[in-house]
Every structure is written in C-alpha cells, then in structure tokens.
Design a binder for this molecule. Structure first.
Ligand code: HEM
Ligand SMILES: *[C@@H]1O[C@H](CO)[C@@H](O)[C@H](O)[C@H]1NC(C)=O
Length: 513
C-alpha cells in the first residue's frame, strides 16, 4: 500500500516529462519527430481509430515520421514514394514482423505465415500457401465452392423475403459466407458440416475469429511499455491466452478428423477411391501428406498455424469489404443502377458465374473504389526492419516497426481528385492506378497479401450476384452510417441492415435455387 503512492508519482513524472524534438534531430539524420514523453513516447498523441489519429499527425508533421510508441521506435509512412522505398528498394530489410503480444499468442509464437519474420520458415510457409491454395490454378479449381456458397446465401435471402422478412442484417451473412468459402477450400465442405465440426462449432469459431480481431485492436500498452505489459494491463494477455487456446482446440479437432479419414481411406475399399476422385483434395489433406514425408518440419503446430493464418487473414477481411461495398452502393443508387445495367447486359437473366467477371469492368471499379476508401487493413500489418536502412534520405535503425498508412494515402488530396467521394468511374480512366503505390489495399512486395486475387473474386462474385438478384434499399430515408469501429480490421461500427426484394426478372431463376 505505502509503496504505491511514491511509485505512481514516479510513473506520473516519467510519463509527463517531455523530450524536445531537437534532441532527436541530431546528426543521426533521423526522420522528423514531434516532441514526446520519456516513457510513453508519442502514445499520448494517439487516439482511436489509430489510422485517423496517425493521419492527423502526418498532416501536421509530414509523410515520413519517426515516432516512439513507449519503448518501440516506429516509422510512419504516408506517401507512395516512401512506401516504395520500404517495399521495393528495401523490401527484404522490412520483411520482418514485430514480436507483438497478439502474434505470440494467436501466431503460435511467431511461427505462422502471417506472424513469422522473414527467413527459411516463412519462405517455406509462403510457398506452400501460394502454390497449394492461392495460386490462380488452385483458385480456379475451387470456383465451385464459392459459387455454391454465394447461391446458398441468395437462396436464404430469397426464402426470407418470400416469407415476408425483407429486412436483413448483412454483416453476419457475409461473414458466414466467407467463412464457409474458406472452410470449403481448406477442409472440404463435407467435412465440416455435420461431420468434423458441427454448425454450432463453426459459429463459435467465427466468434473466436472476430473476438480476437477486436482484442488485437484494443490498444495493447504491454506491447509498447513493457513495464505495463508485465503488470498485464486490463488482463488483455489473459484473454488472448484463453481465446488462442479455444482457437487451437478447434483447429486440432479439424486436423484429427482429417487424419482419421485419411487412415480409413487408406485401409478401405475401391468405393472410397471413387469418392476421392470426385472430391478435390483439401488443403488439410495436402498438409497431412507433407507431414508424412517430412514429419519433423510439418508438425501439427505448423499445420494449425497455417490454417489459423489463412482463416484469420481471409475471412473477416473479405466479408467486411463486401459489407463496405454494399453500404456504399446503398448510399449511391446511381452507381448501383449502373452496376445492375452492366450485369443485365453481359450476364442476362441467369446467375453470375466467375467466368463472367472479366466482362464486368465497372463492377471491378466499384471494388477498387471500395478498397480505396475502406481498406480493411488501413495500416497494413506492421513490419519490422532487420537492418539499418535509408528511407526517403533518412536513416532508419534496425528493429524499427514500420506502419504504412494506406488509409491516408488513399484519401490524399494531392493524389486523388475529390478524394473522399465514392466515384468508381475514376478507375475507368487509364491514369488512376498506374502511378506508383497510391492504391495498395493489399500491401506491396514480398509480404503483400497472397490472397488478393482470391479476395477480389470472392467479393466480386458475392456483390455481383446480390445486385443481380435483388432490389436493395436503405432501411429509412437516412444514409447508411459509414463510421468505422475499432479493431484490427476496419469494420463498420453499425452492422449493415437493408431492405431487399427479389427482382422480377430473376424470379424464375431464384425459385429454382
Ligand atoms: C479484401 C480482402 C483482403 C484484404 C484487404 C487483405 C489485405 C492484406 C494486407 C494489407 C496484408 C498485409 C500486407 C503487409 O504486411 O504489408 C495481408 C496479409 C495477408 N493476407 Fe490478406 N487481405 C484480404 C484477403 C485475404 C484472403 C482471402 C487471404 C487468404 C485466404 C489472405 C491471406 C493473407 C495472408 C496469409 C497474409 C500474411 C502474409 C504474410 O505475412 O506473408 N488475405 N492481407
Ligand atoms: C484495380 O486496381 C488494381 C490495383 O490495385 C489495378 O491493377 C486494376 O487494374 C484496377 N482495376 C480497375 C478496373 O480499375
């Protein structure tokens, strides 16, 4: 008790003791930095949502800044040319990931595709992921999974509207959709519905995913002020450990089920072989085969880490992008109308297929424009430098955490005409995306999102099919509230609710689903 008072006085003093920026801008030639406090660094300037707060800082002090988050040095980049310095010219140097608490617990101690630093482990994981599941070839092979899931969503919406329920909450529908698609590719639909994992478990797992995203997004002072981390401020770490354990248990069940099935297949008859042929080999099967040939590398933990990274990176992101796109369309009926015309003209009164997507440039412009205004990873993922480097002519120390404020770049009035307006037409011109890194919702370089083309397909197919099949209207007179909430991925604070009714021209098709 009696030690607490002097201690908090001391902490208080340390927190509030300011360091002038002059101290920093010495002959070391470091990027500019606003003045900061000894222990907190610039954390006292940071508010939520983080990308907005950091945009305020860069507007005031410049597009390349050196910040201190407690004990960590952060390089904040908010312009295409400095981003190019990091992701093209110094790509390998900035290809590490910082050891944040969330990556320790959700990233199997920094050993997953998403959480591992650059090196042999990461390169191997990245290669398997891109060849076995995210290559163009593989993506095309899984087209049926996406078509099936999108149609099942449309069918549900149609049934609801037939039975008089015309108001739908789309956020959870989209998250279910992308989760099912991912699971279909990873585990094979037959395995998780009513087999390995019951529907209820799937719902629970989606809950784990979204809770962990929120938890990671909650400002985690322990990452930046180790002293506070040691005290486990707010019990954040305890909650992470609990969630990570649930996550791990879910994945272990999934892996075990597949292993059992594989054994059964092996020892049983012809009948199974026939079944194997018609059913695509799932990603888990591929990983288990690799485990047989190279057991010391492909441990269960590596396999679970891979699944975990894909599910965490691929599910929420695509669902939220679809929700943002739909919200934008509801607020811009003229754009919605144009998209509908394009679909009617090129696809007609049958359901959209993935092979049609190349005939729908305007739909693609809508998606680009959505990703520009609402990049669901507004600061990408944090990188960390492995060596000293030069960015924009300034020296950057080894071990610096890199944040690229894509949100700020995407809305920079120096780069975009009417930057905050939703205008898909801007991408019809030849010039817009060509120059430099001004549109990078998936990042750039070695560590860029390996799922980008899958994501664009998934979102296009879902959005296109929904536009085709239904008339969409806002719930009331008011525009859809576009405020963003707080979390690792940028989501709408208010889940999107809309009114829909089937389009007359599609009634035939819909009733046959
Ligand atoms: C609209 C949807 C998506 C967006 C906006 C998005 C965006 C991003 C961004 C910004 C990064 C970090 C890049 C960096 O560190 O600089 C990333 C990483 C990653 N994404 Fe995506 N992503 C999406 C969908 C997907 C999908 C569908 C998958 C896979 C199924 C996926 C898998 C990954 C993985 C595995 C990483 C980590 C890569 C690494 O660290 O080496 N993403 N994504
Ligand atoms: C969308 O943006 C990407 C860059 O992220 C670009 O390659 C593509 O051409 C754009 N598509 C359209 C239709 O503007």
């Amino acid at each position: 008790m009696d030690i607490l008072l002097p201690m908090s006085a001391l902490i208080f003093f340390l927190f509030l003791f300011p360091i002038s920026k002059r101290l920093l801008q010495n002959r070391k030639n470091l990027p500019p930095s606003p003045s900061f406090l000894t222990l907190l660094g610039h954390l006292h300037l940071i508010k939520k949502p983080l990308h907005r707060s950091l945009t305020t800082l860069s507007n005031r002090y410049g597009p390349i800044l050196s910040l201190r988050f407690g004990s960590r040095t952060v390089l904040l980049i908010s312009s295409p040319s400095f981003a190019e310095d990091c992701f093209s010219n110094n790509d390998i140097i900035f290809a590490n990931r910082p050891h944040l608490l969330s990556a320790k617990h959700f990233g199997y101690h920094y050993s997953t595709l998403m959480s591992a630093s650059y090196g042999p482990l990461w390169r191997k994981l990245r290669r398997i992921a891109t060849v076995e599941i995210l290559s163009l070839n593989r993506i095309q092979m899984f087209s049926a999974v996406r078509i099936q899931e999108v149609r099942s969503l449309v069918k549900d919406l149609f049934r609801d509207s037939e039975s008089g329920k015309s108001v739908v909450e789309l956020k959870s529908r989209f998250s279910e959709l992308t989760f099912n698609v991912m699971m279909g590719m990873i585990a094979g639909k037959r395995h998780y519905v009513g087999h390995a994992v019951a529907l209820e478990d799937a719902r629970q797992f989606r809950e784990i995913l979204s809770e962990s995203s929120t938890l990671i997004g909650e400002s985690n002072f322990g990452d930046f002020v180790p002293f506070l981390g040691w005290m486990d401020f707010g019990g954040v770490e305890k909650r992470m450990v609990r969630l990570a354990r649930r996550n791990d248990e879910f994945l272990q069940v999934l892996v075990d089920e597949h292993r059992r099935k594989k054994k059964v297949d092996f020892s049983s008859s012809m009948e199974v072989e026939v079944q194997e042929e018609e059913e695509e080999k799932t990603f888990i099967d591929v990983l288990l085969s690799l485990q047989e040939t190279e057991p010391e590398f492909y441990t269960d933990q590596i396999i679970k880490g891979m699944l975990s990274a894909l599910l965490a990176a691929g599910t929420d992101t695509s669902a939220l992008t679809t929700e943002w796109a739909m919200s934008l369309l509801l607020n811009h009926p003229d754009v919605l109308e144009k998209a509908k015309d394009e679909l009617d003209m090129h696809v007609g009164p049958r359901l959209l297929d993935e092979s049609d997507l190349s005939k729908l440039p305007y739909l693609h412009c809508i998606i680009n424009e959505t990703l520009r205004l609402y990049p669901v990873a507004p600061l990408l993922l944090p990188h960390e430098s492995s060596e000293e480097s030069i960015v924009g002519g300034f020296n950057v120390a080894r071990g610096t955490m890199l944040l690229v404020n894509v949100w700020a770049i995407h809305r920079d009035p120096k780069l975009w005409v009417d930057p905050t307006d939703f205008k898909p037409e801007r991408f019809q011109g030849p010039e817009e995306t060509k120059e430099g890194l001004k549109l990078i919702p998936f990042g750039h370089g070695r560590r860029a999102c390996p799922g980008a083309s899958l994501a664009v397909r998934m979102v296009s197919l879902a959005l296109g099919t929904l536009i085709q099949c239904f008339e969409w209207e806002r719930l009331g007179e008011e525009k859809v509230d576009m405020t963003e909430g707080i979390g690792l991925t940028m989501h709408k604070a208010e889940p999107l609710k809309v009114v829909n009714k089937p389009r007359h021209t599609m009634l035939n098709v819909l009733s046959q689903l």
